[in-house]
Design a protein around this ligand. Structure first.
Ligand SMILES: [Zn+2]
Length: 279
């Protein structure tokens, strides 16, 4: 949380307001939000005077291209559990419910871009464009890209012995999928989350691929899933929660067979599944 649909929703929201804006100053409230050894002084100096380009996303990473003269950087943001953005004039809009200021970016046009992070598990750093590309190469394919096919997913899974659920969460295999949509896609595809990834047949991989994409597209259309912490820019909510079939529904009847939804722990995360429908 947030996963691809939530990060992409935030990217689209910010993209309507941020490109072309110049950073007039930076206020870092919590230096532990700066990753990769950046100090508030160095970060502020590098960012101030830069102009934002159109935002990009890779997996769950948000990238803010910054240009200052000939210098190019990408401000990389990892929202993790509780990172959020808002844009306001003198303070974040009340509907954003911000109480844990992290980093404020004063813009030359009088607005401020606010980053708020209650648990501070996320963070921000600055990369060279070449470093962003390198990071991108180390991640698995984007599941909504045209080049990501069922056959490609099968090729990725074939050599792996780890449970399929864990592989879906591994950003080096496929980028952008997290706990919620992995559980949902495996349920819809009828695949037991404990099965070794390499044992899936080509047909099963194709079915899973189809459901991964359908679910991510549906969640994107609904602007994401709001459980506890996720919110889009300025406190806007996502509506996919009502569509979840198994995630967070331990003990409730399976929508397909009415048997109780079960829960198990895989790699420290809860997996929700139907023991009867998923084989
Ligand atoms: Zn069932």
């Amino acid at each position: 949380m947030p996963e691809l649909p939530e990060v992409e929703t935030i990217r689209r929201d910010l993209n309507q307001q941020i490109p072309g804006a110049e950073v007039a100053g930076v206020l870092v409230h919590h230096r532990d939000l700066l990753l990769s050894g950046w100090t508030p002084g160095r970060f502020g100096a590098a960012v101030t005077g830069s102009v934002f380009g159109p935002l990009v996303r890779r997996g769950k990473f948000l990238g803010f291209p910054l240009g200052k003269g000939d210098a190019r950087r990408v401000m990389r943001v990892q929202l993790r559990m509780t990172g959020r953005f808002a844009i306001g004039a003198d303070s974040p809009p009340p509907e954003a419910g911000f109480r844990h200021p992290g980093i404020d970016f004063a813009l030359a046009d009088g607005r401020t871009l606010y980053y708020d992070d209650v648990r501070r598990l996320g963070g921000i750093d600055l990369l060279l464009p070449s470093e962003w590309r390198q990071m991108s190469r180390n991640l698995g394919p984007e599941p909504l890209a045209r080049s990501f096919t069922g056959k490609r997913l099968h090729t990725i899974l074939a050599p792996l012995k780890a449970p399929i659920k864990n592989v879906l969460l591994d950003q080096r295999r496929v980028a952008g999928i997290g706990n919620i949509y992995a559980s949902e896609a495996l349920f819809r595809a009828g695949i037991d989350p404990r099965r070794p990834a390499g044992e899936l047949t080509l047909d099963e991989a194709r079915g899973l691929h189809r459901w991964v994409r359908r679910i991510l597209r549906g969640a994107l259309e609904a602007r994401g899933t709001r459980l506890r912490d996720y919110q889009a820019v300025n406190g806007r909510s996502g509506r996919y929660r009502d569509k979840l079939r198994v995630y967070g529904r331990y003990g409730e009847p399976c929508p397909r067979c009415r048997r109780s939804i079960d829960r198990l722990n895989q790699a420290g995360r809860s997996t929700f599944f139907c023991p009867a429908c998923q084989r």
